[in-house]
Design a protein around this ligand. Structure first.
Ligand SMILES: [Zn+2]
Length: 325
């Protein structure tokens, strides 16, 4: 439920068939059926160009999807099911950080019409809606959402846009839960027990999601602060921790594969990322979508039943789509 695909399509906008040549082989060998395609605006485009770059990212996603028989952009539950029945890979367009909206609620309506169906208010930085959780054990702003952030949340639920609690600071997390009535999601995160940064979620936050029948997507890039512990087995430890606390019905996948972008960056940008956030430790046998079958094998090996595995890999997210979309 989280993949920085539109950003990469935008960076490669001079080229054609990027989706078919660079991504389709990995999606197919991993038997991926649905991808949350996240609109994200990097700092260098802000504040002036956030809206334009977001629109261009969506434009590239539509153009690349139209050029292939293998993909479908889905806007509701019925279309997601239809994509499955016709063997297409479904994209659900998501937004990570509301910077493209500026402070204008009308823009939310526009992005809804363009197909955005899940929104996380912030990435790590502060914006017009609220504050992101820091990549440190503590230190996020103590305030929750801004009045605009609260309006966005209410309008998302009214329109049928899933509210995603990934990245939001702890005060914002609680405030969103006090506003929405449908099951919340955290599209991509890790558990704080194994990597103690505020960007990850605490046991208490996991319980709050469970109480509301929400789903938590387990992230592959913040599994441990230590490289030697960033393994597929430890990824499954995160799944187990969520399942132990709130049950198998609340665990999903939010791989957030990022290695393909990271390796395209010059060393200076990699260092910038390390200074601003953290050094990501990619899991050698879980670093792109073609590796998804390694996870299935590992879940079998770790004793999960077929029924539990089906819920983790697809069924739980499908329940969320049925309830929201
Ligand atoms: Zn993220």
């Amino acid at each position: 439920m989280h993949f920085d695909l539109p950003m990469d399509l935008y960076e490669k906008r001079q080229r054609r068939d990027v989706l078919e040549t660079e991504f389709l082989p990995e999606f197919e060998s991993g038997n991926i059926s649905l991808v949350g395609a996240a609109i994200y605006i990097e700092d260098r485009y802000l504040p002036q160009n956030g809206l334009r770059v977001a629109l261009d990212q969506i434009a590239r996603l539509y153009a690349e999807t139209a050029a292939s028989e293998r993909f479908a952009i889905c806007k509701n539950y019925r279309e997601i099911q239809a994509a499955r029945e016709t063997g297409k890979i479904a994209f659900l367009i998501t937004m990570e950080g509301i910077e493209p909206l500026g402070t204008d609620l009308n823009q939310l309506r526009v992005f809804y019409e363009l197909g955005v169906r899940a929104i996380g208010l912030t990435h790590a930085r502060t914006n017009a809606a609220g504050h992101g959780g820091v990549f440190a054990a503590s230190g996020s702003p103590a305030e929750g959402l801004t009045p605009f952030g609260r309006e966005v949340v209410r309008e998302c639920e009214a329109l049928g846009v899933i509210i995603d609690l990934a990245h939001i600071n702890p005060a914002g997390f609680e405030e969103i839960l006090s506003i929405i009535t449908k099951p919340p999601i955290v599209s991509h995160t890790n558990v704080r027990r194994y990597y103690a940064i505020e960007r990850n979620i605490s046991d208490e936050q996991i319980r709050m999601i469970g109480e509301r029948r929400g789903v938590i997507g387990v992230n592959s890039i913040l599994v441990s602060p230590r490289e030697e512990e960033s393994t597929l087995d430890h990824y499954v430890d995160h799944i187990e921790q969520v399942a132990n606390l709130i049950g198998i019905d609340s665990v999903g996948i939010g791989f957030d594969f990022f290695e393909f972008i990271y390796r395209q960056w010059p060393e200076s940008r990699q260092k910038e990322l390390a200074a601003k956030f953290t050094t990501p430790h990619f899991i050698s046998d879980l670093k792109n979508h073609s590796h998804a079958r390694n996870l299935t094998r590992k879940l079998v090996e770790r004793g999960f039943s077929d029924e539990q595995i089906e819920k983790i890999l697809r069924g739980n997210w499908i329940r969320i789509f049925r309830e929201w979309l």
